[in-house]
Design a protein around this ligand. Structure first.
Ligand code: GPV
Length: 799
């Protein structure tokens, strides 16, 4: 075991690796070279455990869960891997003795950003948790050559640059496995030919064959000797079929399949490339899974006893017809048996109620690209309609069937083809049941269940916040590092003023760490005695960064009207990427940056107000920003944010949450109690009431509320320079187009609660820190270890 390695052995391994890879002595090596060598040494240490776990699937006939996701967003892996192996301190000390700062090597690693936001990050948290609870759970996804775009801010605008994360040293954590490659077929024609006993077998013509080559990455459990596998697929042109790709352009089209992660996490451009990506990943993964099941020598019709496949959002929903295809066409299983198995194997998580994000495909395109899958989906749809037409209302069948009006509804496919559908927070699951998927609920009530999201506590406390972690060690011992539930013990210390003072010191130190970064990046001095008020997440209208902006404008206007005004100093911090084609979102970014320039350079405002937009928000930046937050902004329109997960990370790091009753915010409120969270605005019922009555009138609010009018007009009256175009766009969205996300209605209450929290911060730091401590103590409820335990038990039935 890696934990047995001593310093001397480790340093020898490290130096040997540097020599082997780079022919360099430690003292002459660059931080990049040292990072690569260290990562390879770690990989060597885990290889036996990794190999054993992978081989155990067949050898021990263990039921295994496969988490299929088009996104994985792990960020950097060095610290997590060292921590989970239990060699962090030893390696840090050994390197230090040899003149190497571990932090420099951490900085040299590139973020692995094969995900957009919450959905991909959740998948990464789950991979860690699966290994940590010791469950056989393997990831399956795509090895994109370019991750989520790198964001630069130029003249206040977002500019997208390719994230060439694989250049130079590539991904040191991975191992290419050419011997496990499989072929994936797309395009062509397919027809069915009768065989012995009336069995129909597909005959393919003019197909294109792709070679799917897996790259495996170890997923190390927390100090338990378990190493799971994350398998990401790359595409190659099969040697056997080279003639099918005669030109460079042909070859490039193939390479494109694994070239980029789609940088849009809300609405899908209906491009065939995306569909091919989805099928490529699903087919390669499932073929491999069925092959390894076949090696167990058990009947094909019992595959559900050894295999669970999870469909993370709809992108991998073709797993349903693809498993049918493999079982029938490759293994001769008959339809009814294959269908029973498929339903038992598959399960699906929904991550949104936004209808524009519910994935649909044009049936003609679908047929062109995956003709056999199209046939199978057609038959699943036909049987579904035949079965339910006589039992439920016609409109229920119409709303739940897979193919309607020439479109294939991927969520419907995933629900019909699996045994479990879960939402990601209590409210979200309720909304699925009573609104978005209510017709499904009348047919399959037993399939619905909730699994509130969680976060992996190691990364979001121990790694992101070493200062707080050390304080917690001093207060309650180190047991919490293994069992996060021990954080509860902190609740006994909430009236200990010395503890609260220490907590304040830790927070200030973390704010200083972030202030240093802001100084380096933007040349701005951030006052650490100010409230650090943070909103970091994807830029989306429903997340309402604009409401935050409106509050800043209000404070700015108040200060300009009365420079004597007593105001608790505030630093507003934003981090957000906008989908490249999302016009509105990009305009909000521009406005934040122009507002920042205005406020930060106004001598009259001085240190009372600062606004910073930190470019290229990613996992690493989150690890820096979140521990420095006093206020966590979770201000989506009630009913729109499925769960949110940064809300949990902020809480774990002692920020107070300013929130609407949306997603997991509600469960955070339940965990900490009403006094320790700041709730404002409409709840979901108030929002739905407006939908029902069609009575929302933004224009009337604007006309009748002078403060709101003043703030909204600031977008167009020249208050903020250089936003002529964007300002009008926003003004129109808020007034002319009736403010789809109810910012104007929620504004007053938001401002009021902001003022209250500012007063508390200024007058009673002790009470503030008390609330912070209660948040930290109760964040134990949101460990993804527990979430994944429930998936394992209740959905996958593994362990
Ligand atoms: I659908 N989510 C995401 O990041 N990308 C998507 O394409 C879709 C959903 C997010 C939700 O918006 C969050 O509320 C949620 O916490 C997260 O998925 C994980 O479930």
């Amino acid at each position: 075991m890696a934990t047995d390695i001593n310093k001397a052995q480790f340093i020898k391994d490290f130096k040997d690796q540097l020599y082997e890879d780079f022919m360099v002595k430690n003292s002459d090596a660059t931080a990049e070279e040292q990072f690569v060598a260290l990562a390879k040494v770690i990989k060597n240490y885990v290889r036996p455990d990794w190999f054993r776990q992978k081989n155990g699937i067949v050898a021990d006939k263990k039921k295994t869960a496969y988490y299929f996701s088009i996104e994985f967003l792990p960020g950097k892996m060095l610290q997590t891997n060292l921590l989970n192996l239990g060699i962090y301190r030893m390696v840090e000390a050994a390197l230090a003795e040899n003149g190497v700062a571990l932090n420099d090597l951490v900085a040299a690693e590139r973020d692995m950003a094969l995900g957009n936001g919450g959905l991909g990050r959740l998948a990464a948290c789950f991979m860690d948790s699966l290994a940590t609870i010791g469950a056989p759970g393997f990831g399956n996804g795509i090895r994109y050559k370019y991750g989520l775009f790198k964001q630069k801010i130029v003249n206040g605008y977002q500019v997208e640059l390719p994230d060439a994360w694989l250049s130079s040293e590539g991904n040191v954590w991975e191992t290419k496995k050419p011997h496990s490659a499989v072929d994936v077929k797309i395009y062509g024609n397919v027809y069915l030919e009768p065989h012995d006993g009336g069995v129909l077998k597909p005959v393919y013509e003019n197909v294109k064959t792709l070679h799917a080559v897996p790259y495996d990455m170890p997923q190390i459990g927390f100090q338990n000797g378990v190493v799971n596998n994350l398998r990401l697929w790359d595409v190659e042109i099969p040697e056997k079929y080279e003639l099918d790709y005669p030109t460079l352009a042909d070859r490039r089209r193939v390479e494109d399949i694994t070239s980029v992660l789609y940088p849009d996490d809300s609405s899908r451009e209906g491009q065939s490339l995306r569909l091919i990506q989805e099928y490529f990943m699903v087919s390669a993964g499932l073929q491999t899974i069925v092959k390894s099941y076949a090696k167990m020598g058990l009947p094909m019709t019992a595959i559900q006893e050894k295999v669970a496949v999870h469909i993370n959002d709809t992108h991998p929903a073709m797993a349903v017809p693809e498993l049918m295809r493999i079982l029938m066409d490759d293994y001769g299983v008959k339809w009814s048996d294959a269908w029973t198995s498929t339903i038992a194997v598959m399960s699906y998580t929904n991550h949104t109620v936004l209808s524009e994000a519910l994935e649909k495909w044009d049936a003609a395109l679908f047929k062109e690209i995956v003709p056999r899958i199209h046939q199978i989906v057609g038959e699943i749809d036909r049987q579904f309609v035949a079965k339910w037409a006589s039992k439920v209302d016609a409109c229920v069948v119409d709303n739940t069937r897979i193919i309607r009006n020439g479109q294939i509804h991927m969520a419907n496919l995933a629900i019909i083809g699996g045994h479990s559908v879960n939402g990601v927070a209590k409210l979200h699951t309720e909304l699925l049941i009573e609104d978005v998927l209510k017709d499904f609920y009348t047919i399959f009530p037993e399939k619905f269940n909730n699994k509130t999201n969680g976060i992996v506590p190691r990364r979001w406390s121990q790694i992101a916040n070493p200062k707080l972690s050390n304080l917690i060690d001093d207060l309650i011992g180190k047991g919490w590092r293994r069992d996060i539930h021990e954080l509860k013990k902190l609740e006994n210390l909430t009236s200990d003023t010395a503890v609260l003072a220490q907590l304040d010191l830790v927070k200030t130190a973390n704010k200083q760490r972030l202030a240093d970064y802001a100084k380096k990046m933007l040349g701005i001095e951030l006052p650490v005695n100010a409230i650090f008020d943070v909103q970091v997440k994807r830029l989306h209208a429903y997340k309402r960064q604009l409401l935050n902006v409106m509050h800043i404008i209000k404070l700015y206007q108040d200060l300009k009207a009365n420079s004597e005004l007593e105001l608790t100093p505030r630093v507003f911090i934003f981090g957000a990427k906008a989908a490249p084609g999302y016009h509105f979102a990009k305009s909000v970014i521009k406005i934040i940056n122009e507002l920042a320039a205005l406020v930060n350079n106004d001598a009259e405002i001085g240190d009372k107000l600062k606004v910073v937009f930190l470019e290229n928000y990613n996992v690493s930046l989150a690890e820096l920003i979140i521990p420095a937050a006093d206020v966590s902004e979770q201000i989506s329109t009630a009913g729109k944010e499925a769960s949110g997960t940064s809300n949990m990370k902020f809480m774990m790091n002692g920020a107070l949450t300013l929130a609407t009753l949306d997603g997991a915010n509600i469960e955070i409120k339940d965990a900490v109690g009403e006094d320790n969270i700041i709730i404002f605005g409409m709840d979901k019922n108030a929002v739905y009431d407006h939908y029902q009555k069609h009575d929302y009138n933004a224009r009337a609010i604007y006309d009748n509320n002078p403060e709101i009018k003043r703030v909204v007009d600031a977008f167009v009256d020249g208050t903020i320079p250089n936003i002529h175009y964007e300002g009008h766009e926003i003004w129109d969205a808020l007034v002319s187009y009736n403010d789809e996300y109810f910012l104007l209605e929620d504004f007053d209450d938001y401002v009021k609660k902001q003022a209250e929290l500012a007063t508390l911060y200024a007058n009673d730091k002790q009470t503030w820190q008390q609330k912070a401590l209660i948040n930290i103590a109760n964040s134990e409820r949101f460990s993804s270890d527990d979430t994944i335990e429930l998936y394992a038990k209740e959905i996958w039935e593994i362990n």
